[in-house]
Each structure stands twice: as C-alpha cells, then as structure tokens.
Design a protein around this ligand. Structure first.
Ligand SMILES: *Cc1c(COP(=O)(O)O)cnc(C)c1O
Length: 434
C-alpha cells in the first residue's frame, strides 16, 4: 500500500473492506473523506459540490460540543499521552479516572455517588441493566428482571439496550424474536411545554404497578428521545415515573447519553424535572467528542445492595475500563464546559435555530419544526431521501446526517451566529430537496 492514499483510493478501500454505521457491505453511499477538522469545520480531502469545508451541524452525533482540535483538549490528551495512555484498572487506579469519577458525582444529582467507567454508551447501558438486575437478585427477588420503557426510545446497539429501543419503526425490529422481551408503555405525548396528559399519566402508573413483581427497572431517555425519533416530552412524566417506581419497588434509570452536558438547556435533562434516578448513564459529549468513554452512575442504595448479595461484586470489567487518556480528556472537557457560561451559549444557539428554522414550517412536506436547548428538528411527512438531503446541505456548506423522516441538527456550542444561520439554511434546503 502506498504511504499516501488519494481520496479515490481511500474510497475504494473503504467500500471494499470497511463497515459504516447501519450500512451494507460493500457500501452503497459514497462517504465524504475528511482530512482534518478544527473549530466547527470539517475539512474535506477533495471538494464536493464546490465545498472543501463543511460546518458541522451534528457535533459528530452529540459529542463534539467544544468543536474540533480544541487547544485545551489537545493539551490534556498530549499531557496524558506523555504519562501513560492506558493501564489496566483491575488492582490499579490513577488520577484521571478518580478525578473524573469525583467530578461526575459532583455535577450529577446528589444521590448518585458511585461511578462505573465504561467504554461506550451501549456498554454503560448494559452495565446499568446489570446493576438493576443484580440489585434485585441480591435482595432475594430474582423474579424482578424485566425492564419497562416507553416507545420511541433509543438506548444503543448491543443486546440489552436493543431490547428497550423502540420495537416498531426502529432499527431493531429484525431481532424482536431473539431479544429479551421488555414491557413497553405508549410513547410520551409530544411537547416539552405541553401540559401533562392525565390519561397518559394513568397509563404509566398502571403499567408500572401491574408489572411490579417482575420489573427490575424503568429505563428512559429524559425529556428528549434522540435516535428513536428526536421527540421532546414534558418533564412532568419523569416525576410520574419517579413516584411510580418508588411506590412499586422498581429502580429508575435515566439514559442521559445524548441529553447530558447541557444539550437540552439543563446540565442534565433530569434537571428539568428536578428528579434523580437510581442509575444514570452518560457518554457522547463526555470527552468532548475526542475518545470513546461513558459512565454509569448509581446511588449508594444500589451499590450496597449489589455488594451485600451472595455474589457481592458487580461482575463487569472491560479491558479498557477507566482508560486514562479518555478520562483525562473528559476531565478537561467537563472543566471547559463548566468554566464558561454554557447555558448562555446553548440559549443563543437555540434562539438562532428557532429563527432560522421558522421558514421550514412553510416548506411543502414538512410536518413539524421544533427546537429545545441547542437541538433543532424538522420532521417531514415522508421518509427523507438521504442522498438528496445530504447533497442539499453540502451545497450550503454544512454537514448534516438526516434519518427516517428527520432533518435535524445539534451544533457544537462554539458555533457562531453566522454559522448557526448557515446550518439553518442547510436544514431548510435539505427539507426542501429531501
Ligand atoms: C448514542 C446513544 C447510546 C449508545 O451510545 P454508543 O456510544 O453509541 O454505544 C445510548 N443511549 C442513547 C440515548 C444514545 O443517544
């Protein structure tokens, strides 16, 4: 293989050998070749539709909240690289992981006191589920091993997370016969500001109560359902779930992997409801998009319950648990976020999205336009033509990745007003042409 591959050679090898997310083999769509990225811009290896730079409207799937090639995060990575990239976590510990865990305990709701550092969001959900099942097993109630969630959710692509993803219309229908069978409530009614629906509240309460004897936990994405459909709901339903779980001896898990670190306008979306879960997952923006890392936090009650059972340990320990490099960058990313007025930036972007996306409501085929925090969503009344929509966005100089009937954006918090406006033009163009 030559030292330098041309973009065409790269694409040919990619097509022949490399899987992409939710893709066939060989790939059918031509991926764009990114050479480097800095600030909010992706630099392409060759111009596409006249553009050699694209403003990133996706934050690389919620993660790159500070933008790319950030000097503070680069320095944190370099510093840690010079000390050690990795050591095993069994029998050893180190400052980056300890510091990160303590920081996460400090910034999440008070009852969450113990941290399991996992290597990806899906694994952190697996760990959350294992914690809940093991808690009830240790408590002498092994029949409590099912999960309840509401429809329209997304919790990752490994086995337990898939079992609580939306069973219809999602990507996991294929496996419905082989997945653990969980209990599904109806999807929460739309609208962050909508008054809670009495009938729905009753539905949630009744379902939790009816299955209390077999339920280990309720698991939901608080306030924003992400990859399951980019839907927003009233925080009141989270309070209802908290009460129903308490009344029926069921644990409550919040998956904040997408919503965490300010994206919805609160540091964690649970903050909109003022409730704390028993177990909480964070990931995605945890390292500012630099490295893969996630965490599962739990209360002392859950930790002590597990540790006092007949198997008094949490039986999970990935090879790269607590990876120092990822932990060091995560510490720097959290400090960077909290060291600025992130609330103001998220609000500013939200205002820009509201203004810029308003005209999308007039586009034929658009069903709904909604904004919460720094998330903008245009929902179509048809399946988006991904190639046409992507092309329209690239022509505007913006990177978007629409799916299903959705053209959406969650820009890095450092995106300037002009670039937010540009992203909005691209979303509108993609909605028009997709
Ligand atoms: C992305 C996501 C996951 C899965 O995280 P990975 O790091 O992709 O495994 C789980 N839950 C939610 C809510 C997510 O958005």
């Amino acid at each position: 293989m030559p030292d330098q591959l041309s973009p065409a050679e790269l694409r040919a090898l990619d097509r022949a050998h490399v899987w992409h997310p939710y893709g066939p083999m060989p790939g059918r769509q031509e991926p764009l070749v990114v050479e480097s990225a800095s600030g909010v811009r992706l630099r392409l290896a060759e111009p596409v539709h006249g553009r050699s730079e694209l403003v990133d409207g996706m934050s690389s799937w919620w993660s790159a909240v500070h933008g790319y090639n950030h000097p503070v995060l680069n320095e944190a990575a370099r510093d840690q690289l010079d000390r050690m990239s990795h050591v095993m976590f069994g029998g050893l510990t180190h400052e980056p992981a300890v510091r990160l865990a303590a920081r996460l305990v400090e910034i999440t709701p008070e009852p969450l006191q113990h941290v399991f550092l996992a290597d990806s969001g899906s694994v952190s959900v697996e760990v959350a589920v294992k914690m809940c099942l093991q808690y009830w097993r240790s408590a002498g109630r092994p029949a409590k091993r099912r999960l309840l969630t509401w429809r329209g959710g997304y919790h990752g692509d490994t086995w337990q997370p898939m079992s609580v993803c939306d069973p219809d219309g999602g990507m996991h229908e294929l496996w419905s016969g082989s997945l653990p069978r969980q209990i599904f409530a109806d999807a929460p009614p739309d609208g962050f500001d909508a008054d809670p629906d009495d009938a729905y509240v009753r539905h949630l309460r009744e379902l939790v109560a009816a299955h209390a004897d077999e339920l280990a936990a309720v698991i939901v994405e608080p306030v924003v359902q992400g990859a399951g459909g980019m839907r927003f709901h009233s925080p009141a339903y989270l309070r209802v779930l908290r009460e129903a779980c308490d009344a029926n001896d069921v644990l409550l898990v919040f998956d904040e992997i997408a919503t965490g670190f300010g994206r919805t306008g609160q540091l964690f979306a649970a903050g909109h409801a003022g409730v704390s879960p028993d177990v909480m997952c964070v990931g995605k923006a945890l390292t500012g998009g630099y490295l893969t890392l996630a965490a599962t936090l739990c209360t002392t009650r859950v930790a002590e319950g597990i540790s006092s059972g007949d198997v008094p340990v949490l039986a999970h320990g990935p090879t790269f648990m607590g990876n120092p490099l990822a932990s060091a960058v995560a510490c720097a990313s959290v400090d960077l976020l909290l060291g600025q007025d992130w609330e103001l930036e998220v609000k500013r972007i939200g205002t820009g999205l509201r203004q810029g996306l308003a005209e999308a409501a007039e586009v034929p085929g658009v069903r709904d336009v909604r904004v919460l925090g720094a998330i903008g969503v245009v929902q179509l009344d048809h399946e988006v033509d991904m190639e046409a929509a992507t092309r329209a966005a690239v022509r505007e100089g913006v990177w978007l990745r629409p799916f299903r009937d959705l053209v959406y954006t969650m820009p890095p918090y450092v995106t300037g007003d002009d670039d937010v406006a540009r992203i909005c033009r691209a979303v509108c163009a993609a909605a028009r042409e997709g």
